[in-house]
Design a binder for this molecule. Sequence first.
Ligand SMILES: [Zn+2]
Length: 214
Amino acid sequence: MSQSSREYKEKRVTPGEELASIEEFIPGPGTYVDSDNGVIRAAVEGVAKYNMLTRTVEVKPLKVLRIPRPGSSAVGMVMQVRHDVVLVELYGEVRLQPSPLWLYEYSGRFLGAIPISNISEEYVRSIDDYYRKGDIVLVKVINGTNPYHLTTVDPPYGVLYAECSRCGATLEPVNPRTMRCPKCGLVEKRKVSVLASSRILKLELRNYLMIPIR
Ligand SMILES: [Zn+2]
């Protein structure tokens, strides 16, 4: 028997699962004591580690896998605009209510698609008038498997950040269908998110995506 197996015992546990009594072990991080009976229980899903020397027990939480969830809002970048679909690389989840907030980055890179019918509530003749490659967009995730189906029909969704196709400056939102370059004056059509002018969300995105947002 190795030294470590005499010193430690481990098992997978779920929240609320009984680990030991307070007579046997000292409760550590990731545990709580049931005051009714003095039972130490797991507070989180993870691996319970029993230190047989110090007589402490703790639960190491499992690493949470963060993937796009159906009905959630996500931020991504337009990778490709085809004649009937926009392909978006999804970066992370955003909360919209009560105020916009970047929640977390996904555990990996995920690809989503906005079909032409899900771009806007109006009839879309040419997708180029709504999205361009490189735009940072806010989208709603419809399903829970890869590839993800996305929609931007509702007003919160659409372009958050776009660059002028002539000079590369950051475009400013003018109205729900128009952005304008403050440097060269070029006016470009987009499906603009109502949150494109949200200072809170922009500041958070600047930190996470390292976008040069003023
Ligand atoms: Zn410009």
